[in-house]
Ligand binder design. Structure first.
Ligand SMILES: [Zn+2]
Length: 202
């Protein structure tokens, strides 16, 4: 099962391909079907199981709805990745991708509502239409991340040292987190270094 290491649902979305290499088209895809997208969404807390059931019903009622939602979600993922690479300074520009996110975000906003519950702050209910709920929540999360991200905290698991390229937020006090997950990429890179050293000494 895929690791959840991003520290933000929009980063976890970006990390649904591996390895995550800028410009690469050859990678392992974890969101192959609408069902996989929905199961992942529940796992990362994007939606609750009863909501997922409503989504399942909506997607079951129209064969196009599920595949459209998957297509939209993957588009949000790739646009978010490219914009974050621009935030990191890895790519020079991502204006078309930012525009694409803006279009999807305003559509999501049109399908959202404000809910008043006495004694609580007003609640923004994103995705009032089950057929488009997953993509609406994803693009809303992506825009929220892009608006608030601390570029210093945004890291990529180092590809040049054998990492996977996944993005994550380093919230450690001294900014020392290097790997998406030490027990995964960190250990793999360490054992590769040891092997190389052994080869060099024999
Ligand atoms: Zn990694």
């Amino acid at each position: 099962m895929i690791r959840i290491v991003g520290g933000h649902v929009a980063l976890d979305l970006v990390n649904t391909v591996e390895p995550r290499v800028p410009g690469a088209t050859d990678f392992r895809e974890h969101l192959n079907t609408p069902a996989e997208l929905l199961a992942w969404g529940v796992r990362v807390g994007l939606l609750e199981e009863p909501e997922a059931e409503q989504v399942r019903v909506a997607w079951g009622a129209s064969t196009a709805a599920g595949s459209q939602a998957l297509h939209a979600s993957v588009e949000v993922r790739e646009a978010t990745y490219d914009v974050l690479l621009a935030v990191l300074g890895v790519r020079a520009d991502a204006s078309p991708q930012l525009d694409a996110l803006g279009v999807r975000w305003s559509a999501a906003t049109a399908r959202s509502g404000l809910v008043l519950r006495p004694g609580e702050p007003v609640y923004l209910d994103v995705g009032t239409n089950p057929a488009t709920l997953v993509q609406d929540r994803l693009v809303t999360a992506a825009v929220e991340l892009l608006r608030t991200v601390e570029p210093r905290q945004l890291r990529a698991c180092p590809l040049d040292q054998g990492g996977c390229g996944w993005l994550f937020l380093d919230r450690s006090k001294n900014g020392s987190r290097r790997w998406c997950a030490m027990e995964d990429c960190g250990v793999r890179a360490k054992s590769r270094r040891l092997t190389a050293r052994r080869r060099a000494t024999t």
